[in-house]
Write a protein that binds this ligand. Structure first.
Ligand SMILES: [Zn+2]
Ligand SMILES: [Zn+2]
Length: 228
């Protein structure tokens, strides 16, 4: 598998099959300035950079890396983008705190055999929802606690389609990681209410059209032991 274009200005540039086996998906938004959704675990950084160059983009234009949640497969590369590309790092304050205190357990760093060097989050999102503006473009975020306390989903409407980035939908809700199944179930209702046309998951791929997105979320709900 190689990098792929999802819609006109959205690409997948990292992930288990295209950068490093430990990486959750890395999505690139071409807003003139470049925005990444998640950063991979770290060891796949150079491959991700090459993937970005291969599709014709200049990595030094990555202004922002938005992290969906604090797990290592999503955050480990973030500081490399800051160092090499000058990117700022954005995430929800509740998960930022976990990274800044260097929590090896809650970040699942030990599962990936990678030591989490604690790092600073430049922009901390607070509350339930908001909008990040990039020139004439914008990304909306909503707080979807459950998988982690500060998990967020992102969505945009490009070309009349609503594209949802909702990471780790099918991951187990482990007590050991302080996952909160009740909060998670409520978060799934928030995702269903968005009625997205395309869903980009970090491990399970891309789902479209709208009825497949709905079916995937509903199946995750059932697989986690809830009635839909
Ligand atoms: Zn996760
Ligand atoms: Zn993950």
């Amino acid at each position: 598998m190689r990098t792929r274009q999802i819609v006109e200005n959205v690409y997948q540039v990292g992930g288990a099959a295209i950068s490093d086996v430990r990486d959750g998906a890395v999505y690139l938004l071409d807003f003139d300035e470049l925005v990444l959704i998640d950063s991979g675990a770290g060891p796949g950084f150079e491959k991700t950079i090459r993937n970005i160059e291969t599709i014709g983009f200049d990595p030094s234009k990555i202004s922002t890396v938005i992290l969906t949640h604090c797990h290592m497969d999503h955050i480990g590369g973030a500081t490399l983008f800051r160092q090499h590309c000058g990117s700022r790092i954005v995430m929800h304050a509740l998960d930022a705190e976990i990274i800044e205190r260097g929590d090896q357990h809650m970040t699942a760093a030990w599962c990936f055999g990678i030591y989490l060097q604690p790092f600073r989050i430049d922009v901390k999102l607070r509350g339930n929802q908001g909008r990040l503006v990039f020139g004439e473009h914008a990304v909306n975020w909503i707080h979807i606690p459950g998988h982690t306390p500060g998990s967020i989903a992102l969505y945009l409407g490009e070309g009349g389609k609503r594209i949802l980035f909702a990471q780790d939908m099918s991951a187990p809700l482990l007590e050991d990681f302080k996952c909160d199944p009740i909060a998670w179930r409520e978060s799934m209702d928030k995702l269903l209410a968005l009625e997205a046309d395309i869903l980009c998951d970090s491990h399970a791929g891309v789902f479209r059209p709208k009825h497949r997105v709905k079916a995937y979320i509903e199946r995750s709900i059932i697989e986690h032991g809830f009635s839909s």
